[in-house]
Design a binder for this molecule. Structure first.
Ligand SMILES: Cc1ncc(COP(=O)(O)O)c(C=O)c1O
Length: 390
């Protein structure tokens, strides 16, 4: 029976925005290179990149040229119209990955990429259970939220999970055969967990998941929405570990600021697809595809993977100072482990004009730096950390 829903007295905020985010005390007006500029004239070194998105920093000339060129040529057409730029983006991206995941499906967000990956796993296996790893973050939608650790208790909001879900404690090898069985459609895992605090799950654990998925004919999905597209200093974490999943989802750095996402599939996965199985209006639009093509091109031609590897090593070698007791993660998905609450260290760094992030771990400051950083920026971080109370 329908009963009345009561509403508290409420007036909308002056800016008419839904206030669902805690926000930093920043009034950003524009940005260039790796710096944000505020209305009052501060120049802030951005080591967070809008949750790992601004991989090429700001105003990269080749990125802007791709954006402008495509906007003039053709701003939008859907997947009902074949486009050369879409085919070029898919070819470029699958070659960049180089993992034999030869087919791309483009969507607009990371959560949507994960939804589609899981949907395909259900279709292929005819099973109804997904296994995820404790600490995971896979997105806010019904399926992605259902496999996100802690979402049910915190913000899930839908009446039920849409399928069966079980979690494996990270690094607990013995749990793998117990939890992943012949009822499992897929295991979804972030090889380096982002929101959890830059937690590197390691080659052995990922290889064990791969082996078990092979044994029970389950699909292995790497969620590389945050750790992919060069962030580890390798095209994908899968390349870094030498463990190849059946599907990779990626987003964030993929468009370096233009909203887009991709699902990369092995041939044995893509062979199950027929017309109408998947769909989207905006995914694979020409603007997104022009940017994906440009991002891969820039990462490759400017040696940015090497830059990430070199500078993340410099961070590891030099930034264990002040309140930092250790460094975790991989590449520019770095966690600085702090003796004091990470939120305090983050606030103090921002007072010194360096923007960093936090994570689900209250003692990890998260660095999601742009790939175009140079050594002087790492040194600035080190000097600022060194000036803070231990
Ligand atoms: C690993 C991972 N997967 C999925 C998502 C969801 O991506 P989106 O916010 O684009 O839906 C995120 C976002 O932070 C993420 O970090």
């Amino acid at each position: 029976m329908k009963t009345a829903v009561s509403h508290a007295a409420w007036s909308p905020p002056a800016d008419h925005l839904a206030h669902v985010y805690a926000q930093w005390p920043l009034d950003v007006v524009d940005a260039s290179g790796v710096h944000l500029h505020t209305r009052e004239g501060r120049r802030i070194l951005d080591l967070y990149g809008g949750h790992a998105v601004a991989a090429l920093g700001y105003s990269h000339p080749r990125l802007l040229a791709a954006l402008e060129g495509q906007a003039h040529a053709l701003i939008f057409q859907s997947n009902a119209v074949p486009l050369a730029v879409r085919a070029r983006a898919a070819t470029k991206l699958t070659k960049f990955a180089g993992l034999g995941l030869n087919t791309a499906f483009f969507i607009s967000t990371g959560a949507e990429a994960n939804e589609n990956a899981m949907k395909l796993a259900f279709k292929i296996t005819g099973r109804r259970k997904i296994v995820a790893v404790e600490g995971s973050f896979h997105g806010r939608t019904a399926a992605a939220g259902a496999v996100t650790w802690g979402a049910m208790q915190k913000w899930y909001g839908f009446p039920n999970a849409p399928f069966d879900v079980e979690f494996i404690p990270k690094g607990e090898f013995a749990a793998i055969p117990r939890v992943v069985g012949t009822d499992t459609a897929a295991v979804i895992v972030e090889p380096v967990q982002g929101v959890a605090g830059a937690v590197d799950l390691g080659r052995d654990f990922l290889a064990a998941l791969r082996a078990r998925c092979d044994e029970v004919c389950a699909q292995l999905i790497f969620d590389e929405v945050q750790c992919g597209m060069g962030r580890t200093g390798h095209p994908f974490a899968a390349n870094m570990y030498g463990v190849t999943p059946d599907m990779i989802t990626t987003a964030k750095a993929l468009g370096a600021g233009f909203p887009c996402a991709a699902l990369l599939m092995a041939d044995h996965v893509a062979s199950h697809l027929k017309v109408d199985d998947l769909g989207t209006t905006f995914g694979g639009g020409p603007m997104a595809c022009a940017l994906i093509e440009a991002v891969v091109d820039i990462i490759e031609s400017e040696g940015l993977l090497e830059n990430v590897r070199k500078l993340s090593q410099r961070m590891r070698d030099t930034c264990v100072v002040g309140p930092v007791t250790g460094v975790q993660g991989a590449g520019f998905l770095t966690g600085l482990r702090t003796r004091r609450p990470a939120k305090d260290v983050q606030r103090e760094l921002l007072e010194r004009d360096i923007l960093t992030g936090t994570s689900a771990d209250p003692h990890v400051v998260r660095i999601l730096a742009p790939f175009v950083l140079d050594a002087s920026h790492i040194d600035a971080l080190r000097d600022s950390l060194a000036s803070l109370a231990a």
